[in-house]
Design a protein around this ligand. Structure first.
Ligand code: 13P
Length: 249
């Protein structure tokens, strides 16, 4: 069965509420839907207004992080129930920026992925090597460890619904995108790692996105590969026309 591509924007720490609403109005004005699933992963404070602004459109909503506990004395954190209350569909887990700046590890990623599924949220679990690791030729080992750690103990039925975003750190925000072949090679590898742990059904249902300097100009090269099931788009998702052009590559 063909997998439906997921093209998701990751806004990171950009846009105020007013800017988010303006984006939604402009974007829903130019994008009327299509074959792919589309989502915007916005800062927490923009989620509720975006839920309202995207009502009646096909655009799904995602958060960029959440805590793995139900609730508690965790100042500054957001719980899964706080996200589901808003009607969030997706949650980005383990983005490389969170691994780098906020001490996210494969273990916390694993806890968050499990908790997201327990609450009916679909995790977009990010993996990817840094430049030195690619230069040293250990990128497959690095990504394998991240994937194995992230999905450890997950039910096969959940793995089937998981989204993994392969985001080579050297391609994020650098304008230096992976080639279609490099991205396809790693996305196919990720699927095989998942197959060896969770079986064929999970591996074939799993969606593997590519992320890292995806732009209107390179989207077609990346999105037409057999193992790339969509994109996680940073900078270009901030501009309605660019995001639309990527979706309609
Ligand atoms: P850019 O598209 O800005 O390179 O960001 C990629 C990314 O990190 C998406 O999560």
């Amino acid at each position: 069965m063909a997998r439906k591509k997921l093209i998701a924007g990751n806004w990171k720490m950009y846009k105020t509420m007013a800017e988010a609403v303006r984006f939604a109005e402009e974007f829903t004005g130019i994008y009327g839907g299509g074959d792919h699933e589309v989502a915007i992963c916005a800062p927490f404070t923009q989620l509720a207004v975006l839920k309202a602004a995207f009502a009646g459109s096909d655009v799904k909503l995602g958060a960029q992080n959440m805590h793995f506990e139900e609730e508690g004395a965790y100042t500054g954190e957001i719980s899964p129930a706080m996200l589901t209350e808003i009607g969030v569909d997706y949650v980005v887990i383990g983005h490389s920026e969170r691994r780098q700046y906020f001490a996210e590890t494969d273990e916390t990623v694993n806890k968050k992925v499990k908790k997201a599924f327990a609450h009916g949220l679909a995790p977009i679990m990010c993996v990817g090597e840094v430049l030195e690791q690619r230069d040293e030729g250990v990128h497959f080992d690095v990504v394998k460890t991240q994937v194995e750690g992230g999905i450890s103990g997950l039910r096969e039925g959940d793995v089937k619904r998981l989204v993994i975003a392969y985001e080579p750190v050297w391609a994020i925000g650098t304008g230096r995108t992976a080639t279609g072949d490099q991205a396809e090679e790693m996305c196919a590898f990720i699927r095989e790692v998942v197959r060896s742990i969770s079986g064929d059904e999970a591996a074939e249902g799993l969606r593997v996105q590519y992320g890292g300097s995806v732009k209107p100009a390179n989207a077609i090269e990346l999105m037409t590969k057999g193992n790339i099931d969509g994109a996680l788009v940073g900078g270009a998702s901030l501009v309605p026309a660019d995001f639309k052009a990527i979706i309609e590559y």
